[in-house]
Design a protein around this ligand. Structure first.
Ligand code: AKB
Length: 317
């Protein structure tokens, strides 16, 4: 039986991952953890963990005899640019703490399987932007992207050197309605829905034609769990897998929303996040994920828009 610890459980991915893992493994086998005093999403088991506190993480892992850890706590691209040293510390030391704990436990005969999210931010301005290959130039220009690239190298290092079973996905921008996004460059594609449903126009911080790789949350969760459940012998990538969902730009997203809400209007006021977005790929080649663990995205733009509008309405946000 698996005992699964999700660190960063109150965040955008964590909030939905805990629910999906609880459905699969039983609510009492999933320990949601975050720095805040309580679960924001009603997790059955909740522990306060600061991912920078290795002793505390070890204590919780021992207490529950944890077998898998998802380390999701991080500062994202836009927030990271406002506090680069804090972003570096949180993103790197958080991952290193988990990898070291996994190494030590592995050596003691108590292996820990680890999931850690990388991002399209690990690519940079000299990366081929269309159908970006799994292996290519990676020259990230944000502190967040630099931490993701370094993190990918650490994951592969801990797998090669110590046999730590660590798995990772380079997430595109994740679109979701449950929890608010936290300081990313792709977050316009969530905020736009909230403005549209309030009957307001949306002032977009990216230019109209800035195409980015995105993924709808149900696809992102399915990708994550499928990778974690995959046979280790089939995994050829221990840095991080390219995973494609769909690609669109603000103009295309606004047009799809307008089909449902004809009065909706968008205008463009690009800010510093435009330069970040311009340095990222437009679409990803995820052939390796398809071959190794059968990845296949399911949700396209029309379905995503319809579902977001329906669920944000339902939640009354
Ligand atoms: C961000 O925009 O910073 C994130 C990401 C692409 O990793 N959503």
């Amino acid at each position: 039986m698996e005992k699964i610890l999700v660190i960063g459980a109150n965040g955008q991915i964590g909030s939905e991952l805990v629910e999906a893992l609880a459905a699969q493994h039983g609510a009492n086998n999933v320990i949601a953890a975050d720095i805040s005093p309580a679960s924001l999403y009603g997790a059955a088991v909740y522990e306060i963990i600061d991912v920078l506190n290795a002793a505390r993480i070890t204590e919780v892992i021992e207490q529950y005899q944890v077998t898998q850890v998802y380390q999701l706590a991080a500062l994202l691209s836009a927030t990271g640019e406002k506090a680069p040293l804090k972003a570096w510390e949180l993103n790197m030391d958080g991952l290193l703490n988990i990898l070291e704990i996994a190494r030590i436990r592995g050596e003691a005969g108590k292996p820990l399987k680890v999931f850690w999210p990388s991002s399209i931010a690990a690519f940079g301005p000299n990366t081929p932007p269309v159908n970006t290959p799994q292996y290519t130039v990676m020259d990230p220009s944000t502190i967040y992207g630099i931490s993701k690239l370094a993190g990918e190298r650490l994951c592969e290092y801990y797998f090669d050197k110590y046999g730590v079973d660590v798995r990772s996905i380079r997430y595109p921008g994740i679109i979701s309605f449950k929890s608010p996004p936290g300081g990313g460059t792709t977050d316009y594609a969530i905020a736009i829905f909230h403005s549209a449903l309030r009957g307001e126009g949306y002032s977009c911080f990216l230019e109209a034609e800035t195409t980015l790789p995105m993924i709808y949350m149900p696809d992102a969760i399915r990708a994550t769990i499928t990778l974690m459940d995959a046979d280790a012998a089939k995994l050829s990538v221990r840095s991080s897998y390219n995973v494609a969902g769909l690609s669109f730009n603000p103009r295309e997203l606004a047009a799809a929303i307008k089909q449902n809400l004809p009065a909706f209007d968008i205008h463009y006021a690009p800010d510093s996040r435009q330069a970040i977005a311009a340095s990222w790929p437009q679409s990803l080649d995820d052939a390796q994920a398809r071959t190794d663990w059968g990845w296949q995205a399911q949700v396209g733009l029309q379905d995503l828009v319809t579902d977001m509008l329906k669920n944000i309405r339902v939640d009354g946000k």
